[in-house]
Structures are given as C-alpha cells and as structure tokens.
Design a protein around this ligand. Structure first.
Ligand SMILES: Cc1cc2nc3c(=O)[nH]c(=O)nc-3n(C[C@H](O)[C@H](O)[C@H](O)COP(=O)(O)OP(=O)(O)OC[C@H]3O[C@@H](n4cnc5c(N)ncnc54)[C@H](O)[C@@H]3O)c2cc1C
Ligand code: FES
Length: 280
C-alpha cells in the first residue's frame, strides 16, 4: 500500500495529493487522496495518523473500503487545531499520512453472517469502510443479509448523502434512515437510533452480528437496546475514539487497563469492553 511504512523513521508521514474535497455538513468534509497508482493495503476498521506540517497529527478512520482502488478517503469533523488545519486545505494540496494502524473489524468472524450496521452522525465513517467492503460485487455473496440503520441529529447532519441514496436503492439490503429532529422537507423517520432499532428491526439476535459506531451516548443506549433484543456481548462490535499520540503502541497515551486502543483496538466487542475499566 502507498501508506505502508517504507521509511526507516516510523513517525515520518508520506505526502499524498488531495484529489477531491466533498463538503458533508457545516463542519465535516470528506477528503479523497490519490495513491498515485498504488492500492491501499488497509482493512476495514483501521485508522491513519494525518499530518499537517507545523500544526500536528490526528488519528482518523480510513472511511474508504480497500476494494476502492487507488484512493484513500477520510471524513473529518472540524474540532480543534489539526482538524481545522486540514479543513483549510484545498484540492491539489498535500496531506501527510502514516499508517494504517490498529486492528480491523473481525472479517473472518463476520464472513457468512447476517450483519446489522448501526451508526450515528460521523460514526458512519469507520463503518462505511466495512459496509462498502461487504457490498462490493466480489464480496457480497460472502455475507448473508445486511441491514443498515443510520441516524443523525437533523437532516443537515447526515454524512455521505451522495452514497446513502445508492444504499437506499439497493434491493439486496435493508436501509433505515432516521433523524432526531426533522424539518419542513424531511419525509422520513424521526426518532432516536436506539428507539428506531427496537421498533423497526426484527431479527433473530442469535443469527446476527451487530457493528455500531457513533457518539458515546448513542453507543451506550444502542448496546442496551441490542442486549434487550437478545444480542450476545461477543456479537456486538464497536470502535473506540480515545485520545492518541503515536498510534503505534509506543507512547502509552491511549491505554485502557491492559489494552492500547491504538494497537489492540480501536475495534472491540462489547464482551471485551465489559472487562475494561470505566474510562472508555
Ligand atoms: C481511532 C480514531 C479514529 C478517529 N476517526 C475519526 C474520523 O474518522 N473523523 C473524525 O472527524 N475524527 C476522528 N477521530 C477523532 C479525531 O482524532 C479528533 O477529533 C482529532 O484528533 C482532534 O484533533 P484536533 O487537533 O483537531 O483537536 P484538538 O485541538 O486536539 O482538540 C479539540 C477538542 O477535541 C477533543 N479531542 C481531541 N482528540 C480527540 C479524540 N481522539 N476523541 C475525542 N475528542 C477528542 C479535545 O479534547 C478538544 O476538546 C478519531 C479518533 C481516533 C482515536
Ligand atoms: S497512542 Fe501511543 S500507545 Fe497508543
């Protein structure tokens, strides 16, 4: 992969050109980078450290699927120094990348299974890599039924609207969209993700795996709803966003109990989270 570490200095990023910047919401943009003829070797669930010279680095999930050749995509919410500096970049500017880092969604455990994806807000970014991997023409028959439930605070907060339409039109998946608050134009479902889950998703929980990501409060109540539906802790998979520095399991910045989130995670099952200290 283009971002594999060929340099002796493991902290040295490689610079890639921004091909396209897609505005998603008032404070989220998707950056598509050109891998200059190479393909990414990352797997869904991994992240990279993005670097802006003179400003610093931030860990960001790789939102593109490895089945998308020659590009790498990141969807970034403007929160502070580094993410604001990335938001100021323009097409043809270069962005520093090192990675890919972290573990992946457990692809071998998910193969041959029914998959229920549940995402809130920008939490769709890490799940999107796996969703597009599963929906890829060559991979689709490796998985059984697919249901996607995606929610945001308002219609303006939905990300990847350009891709949601494609998922909505697919006949081989069930796609549910909801917002906490609608507006005059919104004709779809209104309701919080965990409530829409309980009211609209009827599955045999022992025959499905659920993969979830979103704001901590949404994850908390979605896990509660899944457990009430009868899902087992090993079948609930999520991904954590701890503060990080090196991304490599060396600085100790991201540890929770015995785990380094950057190396042992960011993907964990709910069963693993149950055995961790409360700090996550
Ligand atoms: C594995 C992983 C994947 C991530 N994927 C994405 C992604 O796909 N898209 C995205 O927009 N963001 C993602 N994040 C969060 C992103 O890394 C932070 O928003 C970013 O580091 C903030 O950097 P900054 O310099 O802009 O903000 P700073 O100036 O450092 O901080 C601004 C504010 O953000 C808070 N903050 C900083 N880092 C984090 C963090 N890691 N988690 C929560 N709050 C934080 C600070 O406490 C402060 O309140 C991910 C984080 C991790 C660990
Ligand atoms: S960020 Fe340095 S050990 Fe995880």
């Amino acid at each position: 992969m283009a971002i594999d570490l060929e340099n002796k200095n493991i902290y040295l990023p490689r610079l890639y050109q921004i091909m396209e910047i897609i505005p998603e919401t008032s404070d989220i943009k998707t950056f598509r980078l050109d891998l200059e003829g190479e393909n990414s070797s990352h797997l869904p669930g991994q992240f990279a450290e993005l670097f802006v010279p003179g400003v610093g680095e931030a860990p960001i999930s790789i939102t593109s699927s490895p089945t998308q050749k020659g590009i790498l995509e990141f969807s970034i919410k403007r929160t502070g120094l580094v993410t604001s500096a990335i938001h100021r970049l323009n097409p043809n500017d270069r962005l520093g990348i090192r990675g890919p880092y972290g573990n992946t969604f457990p692809l071998s455990d998910l193969t041959g299974q029914n998959l229920l994806f549940i995402a809130g807000g920008i939490g769709l970014a890490p799940l999107r890599s796996l969703i597009n991997y599963v929906l890829d023409t060559e991979k689709r028959n490796h998985f059984k039924k697919v249901t996607i439930l995606y929610g945001a605070r308002s219609p303006q907060d939905l990300v990847f609207k350009w891709e949601l339409k494609k998922w909505q039109n697919r006949e081989d998946i069930t796609f549910l969209l909801t917002v906490d608050r609608g507006d005059d134009q919104w004709k779809g479902t209104v309701g919080l993700v965990p409530n829409v889950l309980k009211e609209n998703v009827q599955v045999n929980p022992l025959e499905w795996k659920s993969i979830i990501c979103g704001p901590p409060i949404m994850i908390k109540f979605t896990i509660k709803a899944l457990l009430e539906m009868g899902f087992q802790p090993p079948d609930i998979i999520t991904t954590l966003e701890m503060r990080m520095k090196c991304g490599l399991g060396k600085c100790g910045r991201c540890n929770i109990g015995p785990y380094y989130v950057c190396k042992d995670g960011p993907v964990f099952t709910y069963q693993q989270l149950q055995n961790m200290p409360e700090e996550y």
